[in-house]
Ligand binder design. Sequence first.
Ligand code: PEP
Length: 256
Amino acid sequence: MTGEGARPRPLVAGNWKMNGRRSAIAEAKAVADALAARETPPRADILVCPPATLVMVMAEILKDAPLAIGAQDCHWVESGAHTGDLSAEILADAGASAIIVGHSERRAYHDETDLLVKSKQQAVHRAGLTAIVCIGETKGQRLAGQTIDVVVRQLERSLCDATTPENTVVAYEPVWAIGTGLTPTNADVADVHAAIRDRLVARFGEAGHAIRILYGGSVKPQNAKELMAVANVDGALVGGASLKAADFLGIIAAYE
Ligand code: PEP
């Protein structure tokens, strides 16, 4: 899809973080069953990113479901002496179709830099998967009026030159909105997403219009429709509210 005005197909992605034992598979199955039972499918792609231990089993159980399985992080090399790490290729082999990279929790608690995030994005591409690249400002940066500068700088440095609408999704997640119940105003979301879109188009040309830009940070069934209607918001990256089928379906309902 190209051209200004043509909106990319939205994506609603759930990030389970370090939550979810085997019993949680039932929640994803309930989402898949509810979607499959509908006469009209939602106008969005649906993705669930469980802990790595569940990727293979969920990809198998849900292989015919209208819902894809992704992973939450990867190493940047393909294989080797990296105890405890998982490469994009290993996750692809397990059945992941997308991998989140550069989540603010990885940036904050694992000191991940934009350069490292870019290496991970390239690793995801090397494995033939879609990278969901997260960017977003802290509360301090927002209060200091640095939001657009910070977000555009992260975008510029975290994306590689081979970025396309097929291999990459950008997720704007204000750090202060993640898991807090706080959200920016719709006008603030619109401003940041417009700045991201402008930068994507400046760097990648026409393809920049088709790269999906998700909003993430306390998206709930109650605010999803409003947030998803904001210009240049092409879906959501959802943490807490993706853990329960009813809540996640309530968010997906924004695309009915
Ligand atoms: C996230 O972790 O990506 C996220 C958006 O979390 P929450 O929806 O819980 O704010």
